[in-house]
Design a protein around this ligand. Sequence first.
Ligand code: GLN
Length: 489
Amino acid sequence: MGHPSDLYTMTISAASAALEAGDISAVELTEAVLRRIDAVEPQIQAFLTVTADHARLQAQEADTRRSQHGRLSMLDGIPLAIKDVICTHGVRTTCGSRMLDTFVPPYDATVMVRLNQAGAVLVGKTNCDEFAMGSSTENSAFQITRNPWNTDCVPGGSSGGSAAVVAAGQALGSLGSDTGGSIRQPAALCGICGLKPTYGRVSRYGLVAFGSSLDQIGPMGRTVRDLALLLSVIAGHDPLDSTSAQQAVPDYVGSLTGDIRKLRIGVPQEYFVEGIDSGVEQVTREAIAVLRDLGAEIIDVSLPHTRYALPVYYIIAPAEASANLARYDGVRYGSRAAAETMWDEIEQTRGAYFGPEVRRRIMLGTYALSAGYYDAYYKRAQQVRTLFRRDFEQVFAKVDMLATPTSPTVAFPIGQRVDDPLAMYLSDIFTMTANLAGIPGLVLPCGFCDHLPVGLQLLGRPFDEATLLRTGDAYQQTTSWHTYQPTLS
Ligand code: GLN
């Protein structure tokens, strides 16, 4: 047991065990996290809202519950942070946008209902790129979040706040959302673990929509075991989300056997080509060698359509975004710019309250969906999307999972890519095919390059998160990359 002031460094599973043993209380744990937020938040700027009073109340309730009837779940009394695109009843939810500056949802997202039923403590809502569009969190309308490993660098994005808080000890775990890499890329850049579940595994009800056929909510934490704990609570069918799957939720924690002997792991050649930083490639290959030493069979494979991922993603995601964001017209909710006529009002509202990246996406998407271009762009992109799915189907007939780099580079300096959208878009080149094909992806820290963390990505068969988690956990049982923590003054 650490000194009470170090409690914020604990993993969820260690804290859960300590709570159960009565070594610590939820109030002590939450107070330690809140003190840590006070101490480092001026440097990190990861929260848009800190819910300190609410957290204290929830922690007290967790302690009372435990003393009277026992805990609700392994997450009972655990302080978590939630990306600000996930609706929280009574707690401001901005999506990093001026458009929703004052929006207080009158309901909870399904993942929040489930976390509340499990007894988790909400410490705050985290910064993100506006409407989750971006790879550095610099598109937030409110503030720039810093990477805890080097505060001159971005934390990645769009779930940069959710990644930074876990790395900096401002929450024990968090939720993010991933449309093209937004959980996995910031997890890699901040040296933590993140999981994008299979499309349909976790309810999207109450997640503010970006690209509805791509979006998934997923867990972020210090260890793969912690992700398994979080996923166990948030996964499962939800009648409120018609795209959520009627699939049984396996025992994720029970599947962490540490044994990956005979597992076949494919290494796709297309993920080790031009553009990848040589240091990142080397660290990734070393991690794959560790999996081989643990008894997995490493097999070279090919996903021939990978090179179309970027153009296809940047037609489909903006097309869906342009439809989803049509609701922000200044009438139903959100900010409103007053004008003479209704059309002026809508135009001025969007001009005043959407940032440049969001406007760019709406323009791109509207163009791709317009009558004369629909077949040439949107329909064609959907056809190529099927080819990605087939690439994966064919390869998963031969191997149980794939191991790849997460992002071509480590965290980059703040400001470096903001004026070059294409350079920014390339940050997610290794992550977006998983969203296009709907398959799960796990990221875990596997080393450092230029003193910044590198993440290994494991991609799995649809609904086979358990095998990814087992593999990631086996890796963490024999390596210590996940135990490194940034030093913050
Ligand atoms: N960076 C990608 C984009 O800007 C992915 C974002 C995400 O996954 N939400 O669209």
